[in-house]
Ligand binder design. Structure first.
Ligand code: 4NP
Length: 181
């Protein structure tokens, strides 16, 4: 039983948070290591969501298909590219998991290999409709995949930001049209 009014307002606040999380449209961005492209996509999307005051309605996360960098923050070169655009990239790498199919409404793969590796986790093929390639949403860039910048120079990281800004803007427009109340 709730006795103190403070506890009751805590309870109400907790319920409101639970409900908005439950009702929100949930996006998961996936690459190989979860230290370059997918945390960039997650943070850029959050930046755009914040600008439009939609943080109660859209929730973002990211993951890697590999276990190589579990627990690591975004790559320093990716953070440098972001800070040149006035963005601060946060988060810690985790590995993609079957449970993510249940948790998220839409799963965005950065390249075709990530896409195939995600589908391979769905052995019964019931969640394929939730998985798309990120570049499908780009309007100004012709690329079909977000290139892996890890073994290249700083220019590759800058390019990833440009491409993801385009794709995230296109994705947000589509979600606003089709998936929000
Ligand atoms: P990401 O980049 O998949 O965009 O996070 C990579 C990060 C690490 C490695 C490859 C790609 N790696 O081989 O360790």
């Amino acid at each position: 039983m709730l006795l103190a009014s403070e506890s009751k307002s805590d309870y109400n606040q907790g319920f409101k948070e639970y409900w908005s999380t439950f009702m929100a449209y949930k996006l998961l961005f996936v690459c190989l290591g979860n230290i370059c492209r997918s945390p960039a996509a997650e943070n850029i999307m959050n930046y755009l969501i914040e600008q439009e005051n939609l943080h109660d309605q859209i929730i973002c996360d990211s993951a890697g298909t590999s276990s190589y960098h579990i627990g690591s923050p975004p790559d320093r070169r990716m953070k440098d590219a972001a800070s040149k655009r006035g963005m601060d990239f946060r988060g810690r790498a985790r590995q993609f998991d079957w449970f993510d199919f249940e948790q998220f409404d839409l799963i965005l793969a950065m390249d075709r290999e990530n896409y195939q590796n995600i589908l391979a986790v769905d052995t019964k093929g019931v969640y394929h409709h939730k998985v798309r390639l990120m570049c499908e949403f780009a309007r100004e860039h012709p690329e079909k995949e977000v290139p892996d910048p890890y073994y290249g120079g700083q220019a590759g990281f800058d390019k990833v930001i440009d491409l993801l800004l385009d794709a995230c803007n296109g994705l947000l427009t589509e979600i606003k049209q089709n998936n929000l109340n």
